[in-house]
Design a protein around this ligand. Structure first.
Ligand code: ADP
Length: 533
């Protein structure tokens, strides 16, 4: 067979040659809708490659981006990796000191950033000595992207390096210690794209219009920056505005058939649709991941809009997608209600990967759907170490990576996250899944967001407390939530208190920030002695 290294530039070249007219639509930060095609974007990406070379960027150098989903971001992306540079996505929602740490750790030489990030970046740059230049992803003003690429031609040889060359760098938020970098190779991202394109995964095709809500700075937008061009799907890139009304407008006007995002985004969209009596046009399926998907979202999408929710699980270290909850042939024949419990699980493993559950001593645990343990994973799209070997060895003696998630795996192979190891609530020697309780509670018609955390208890070690952010303009009594949960969860899982808060804080990737909640709750004491247990 021919020796053909799996380098990612081939994906964009394929899109330009064979799906050249397919559109890439961007809504800019200013609210304008701009249109280009794969063919035009590739030509401009090559201009960006030449511009990077003219700046002295060499293979292996880190080229950083700081911005939202948009066509210019995509051009720079392929422009950098096409010439063997490493595309480092910075997350603008991180704390400024974290961003500065990450820039310095990665030794970024050049940063291409959205104008909205200017105040942030200007404040950081004095602390970032490796950064030689900043280019703004816009068409006017000093150091703007259009002027930067304009002098350069469309000819640039891409590829020609081996497939294990580094392509991308993405830092995880790091719940303890400093953020850690995950360095993807061309090969690992190429394989990930092929794995996730399967019919029993994201199942993208040239007939899809993909609204990419999940940010490009979050683990390659779940690999869709590679998988969508690989099949020539139309791409809709929404810029910074991810509120319900903005997302809804793009879904309808662009004829979106598929989208991917964290649950909080969908919660906002569904609330907006209810308020405005809106519809979802051609949308037929969404992938939800990043945190557990509440049942109410799955049912509302299905019952009210005919949209299929496919839950996916993964993490930055796993490229990210690793399991997807699609039905086996036996489950597909069951009525929708009987399928829901499986849709709530994080799903079955993609090919090329291996998964196991272990106890704390590393002994394997059974896949019986009841026993939970540490979830460990292995394969060609799984990190072997962190960038610059931060944190040392991360693999066990069988080569598995410990995800930090606590899970079950059932007889049918469906994995279900019980909790992140640090969020699980230990009550009287047994574990309560904070995820299960909050996802049932958020089904209450008055709830906008719910979070459950463990609070220290003198007798039971920890007891769960439910925090509720109500829908705008709504009021409620604690008892309404207790009654709503009654019968839906084990009696001893019943939260000892219900606290109404103005805002449940979300972290940099749109997930509920439990670390911050715990900080805010340090002075909190339980109101009564856990009588529910
Ligand atoms: P961060 O640590 O910044 O949130 P990741 O995006 O890598 O970065 O987070 C990965 C974690 O998100 C997983 O380890 C898991 O705990 C959680 N997660 C991802 N998808 C799901 C899902 N479908 N259900 C429950 N938890 C999920």
């Amino acid at each position: 067979m021919q020796d053909c290294p799996l380098t990612l530039d081939r994906i964009f070249t394929h899109a330009a040659r064979w799906h050249g007219e397919r559109e890439i639509v961007t809504r800019t930060a200013e609210g304008l809708v701009e249109r280009t095609t794969y063919a035009a974007a590739q030509a401009r990406a090559k201009q960006a490659s030449n511009a990077l070379r003219a700046e002295g960027i060499r293979p292996g150098d880190r080229v950083a981006t700081l911005g939202w989903n948009g066509a210019r971001h995509l051009e720079v992306w392929y422009g950098a990796i096409g010439i063997g540079a490493v595309l480092h996505t910075l997350n603008p929602r991180l704390f400024p000191e974290q961003i500065a740490y990450i820039i310095n750790h990665a030794e970024d030489r050049i940063i291409l950033a959205d104008m909205q990030c200017k105040p942030l970046l200007d404040s950081l740059l004095p602390q970032c000595p490796t950064v030689e230049k900043v280019i703004w992803l816009t068409d006017a003003g000093a150091a703007n992207y259009e002027d930067w690429i304009a002098p350069h031609g469309h000819d640039c040889a891409w590829g020609g390096f081996e497939e294990n060359t580094a392509a991308g760098l993405c830092y995880t938020s790091g719940t303890t210690g400093n953020p850690k970098g995950v360095l993807y190779s061309h090969r690992s991202n190429y394989l990930h794209a092929l794995m996730t394109l399967q019919a029993d995964a994201l199942a993208l095709s040239a007939r899809d219009t993909v609204l990419l809500v999940v940010p490009m700075y979050h683990a390659n937008a779940w690999g869709v920056v590679y998988s969508a061009p690989a099949v020539g799907a139309k791409l809709v890139l929404p810029g910074p505005k991810l509120d319900g009304a903005s997302i809804h407008e793009l879904i309808e006007t662009e004829g979106v058939t598929y989208s991917a995002a964290v649950p909080t985004v969908w919660q906002m969209l569904l609330t907006h649709l209810k308020e405005t009596n809106g519809a979802l046009g051609k949308l037929n399926r969404v992938t939800i991941g990043g945190s557990a998907c509440p049942e109410s979202i799955i049912r509302t999408f299905h019952d009210d809009y005919g949209v299929d929710v496919i839950q996916g699980w993964g993490m930055t270290e796993t490229s990210p997608l690793a399991t997807v909850s699609v039905p086996t042939p036996e489950l597909a024949e069951l009525p929708f209600d009987a399928q829901v419990p499986y849709k709530l699980k994080q799903g079955r493993l993609l090919c090329n990967l291996d998964l196991k559950l272990t106890d704390d001593a590393g002994r394997r645990l059974p896949h019986d759907g009841k026993t939970f343990g540490r979830l460990k994973i292995k394969g060609a799209t799984i990190a072997a170490a962190y960038f610059k070997n931060e944190g040392g060895d991360v693999l066990d003696e069988e080569g598995f990576f410990d995800t930090g998630d606590v899970s079950t795996i059932d007889e049918r192979g469906y994995m279900q996250i019980t909790d992140r190891a640090k969020d699980v609530i230990k009550s009287g020697g047994e574990w309560i899944s904070s995820i299960d309780v909050e996802n049932i509670a958020v089904g209450h018609p008055k709830a906008q967001l719910c979070a459950v955390i463990g609070v220290v208890h003198p007798k039971w070690d920890e007891r769960p407390v439910l925090l509720v952010q109500l829908k705008p303009g709504v009021s409620a009594e604690k008892q309404e939530f207790v009654e709503y949960l009654d019968g839906k969860i084990a009696k001893w899982w019943m939260p000892d208190d219900v606290i109404f808060v103005d805002e449940i804080p979300l972290g940099a990737t749109g997930k509920i920030d439990k670390k911050l909640i715990r900080q805010r709750m340090t002075d909190y004491a339980l109101p009564f002695d856990g009588a529910s247990r």
